[in-house]
Design a protein around this ligand. Structure first.
Ligand code: IMP
Ligand code: MG
Length: 175
């Protein structure tokens, strides 16, 4: 089965929106240092682009999680594959994600991170598919709300491919 990728959001649209979010974060965190927590691998492209546009002091950390459960549905029980290097105690933490889908992964992750005593804990996602939400998650910064389509690019993969696309695309299958 052949597949092709259709553009949903162009590189210019994504870059423009990341600049707007960066400006907003710089305002909201004025006088503070923001500690960005990237959820690998999907969040990495967005996090780097966002970090470059934030004008308050920034520190970075990375974690990798995998959700238990079969197939493409996340179960919501998250296993930490790579934990953060630094403690979160007293820090103004902003979790940076590629996409919020069912919300299961994020909901579990945010509960876990809040137990580590950050001064504040917020969530920033490039994409949100609100129609797919199963578990309520409070998203503080959203790049784009998108319809229920499987998207790739800007860190998002289909079978580990397409993460490097500089735009957001929809995977179409031709038969
Ligand atoms: P959930 O919110 O727990 O359902 O899972 C979110 C995770 O599923 C994201 O961090 C992505 O890794 C993955 N995911 C959800 N929707 C898509 C998509 O459209 N394309 C690529 N990955 C996706
Ligand atoms: Mg992700």
């Amino acid at each position: 089965m052949a597949e092709r990728v259709e553009v949903m959001l162009t590189e210019e649209e994504v870059d423009r929106r990341i600049q707007e979010i960066g400006d907003q974060i710089s305002k909201d965190y004025a006088g503070k240092q923001v500690h960005l927590v990237c959820v690998l691998k999907g969040g990495s492209f967005f996090m780097c682009e966002l970090a470059k546009r934030i004008t308050v002091p920034v520190s970075l950390d990375f974690m990798s999680v995998s959700s238990y459960g079969a197939g493409t549905k996340s179960s919501g029980v998250v296993r930490i594959v790579k934990d953060l290097d630094e403690p979160l105690e007293g820090k103004d933490v902003l979790v940076v994600e590629d996409i919020v889908d069912s919300g299961r992964t994020l909901s579990y992750l945010l509960d876990m991170l809040s137990d580590r005593g950050p001064a504040s804990l917020r969530l920033c996602t490039l994409l949100d598919k609100p129609d797919r939400r199963v578990v309520d998650v409070n998203v503080d910064y959203t790049g784009f709300q998108i319809p229920d389509e499987f998207v790739v690019g800007y860190g998002l993969d289909y079978d580990q491919r397409y993460r490097n696309l500089p735009f957001i695309g929809v995977v179409r299958f031709d038969d």
